[in-house]
Write a protein of this length. Structure first.
Length: 150
């Protein structure tokens, strides 16, 4: 492992433990050259997941895009970064446990909306309004009525 401080390739692991998400290992390392410590994370490599977009284009799954959409929906809402991280972790666990090589973006959107509905109703409506491309106030009101009826 290359030291981020001096660039040396000689380092050793001085501590290993599961990371917060229990899906990776956190390793503390000590550089043999400069004696500085740094942290690395080891994660199981999964086969790349391809997302099929609405226009039939395909691109590799990108956690940052999903997280950014959820962050925008939760902007100025009482939802912590930890809650958002947990939501994305749960979403990814569900998606990757299917062991499919491709998934429709609409399926990801539905999974996000299901989780947001439980987390924060306002964030859910914000996300749904963009995701479902509400064209007018009537469409928006129909979605609100569906939510209130549940």
């Amino acid at each position: 492992m290359k030291c981020p401080f001096c660039g040396s390739h000689n380092s050793r692991v001085i501590d290993s433990r599961p990371a917060d998400d229990n899906n990776s290992i956190r390793r503390r390392r000590l550089c043999d050259e400069c004696q500085k410590r740094f942290t690395t994370y080891e994660k199981v490599e999964t086969t790349p997941l391809i997302v099929i977009k609405k226009d039939d284009n395909r691109e590799q799954y990108d956690r940052a895009k999903v997280e950014a959409g959820i962050l925008r929906a939760c902007h100025k809402r009482p939802v912590s970064a930890k809650q958002i991280g947990r939501l994305v972790d749960e979403l990814e666990s569900e998606i990757f446990s299917r062991e499919e090589k491709e998934i429709l973006s609409s399926k990801i959107g539905e999974l996000v909306m299901n989780r947001l509905q439980d987390l924060d109703p306002v964030a859910y409506v914000r996300f749904a309004s963009v995701y479902r491309e509400f064209k007018d106030v009537n469409t928006f009101m129909e979605e609100l009525k569906k939510m209130l009826d549940n």
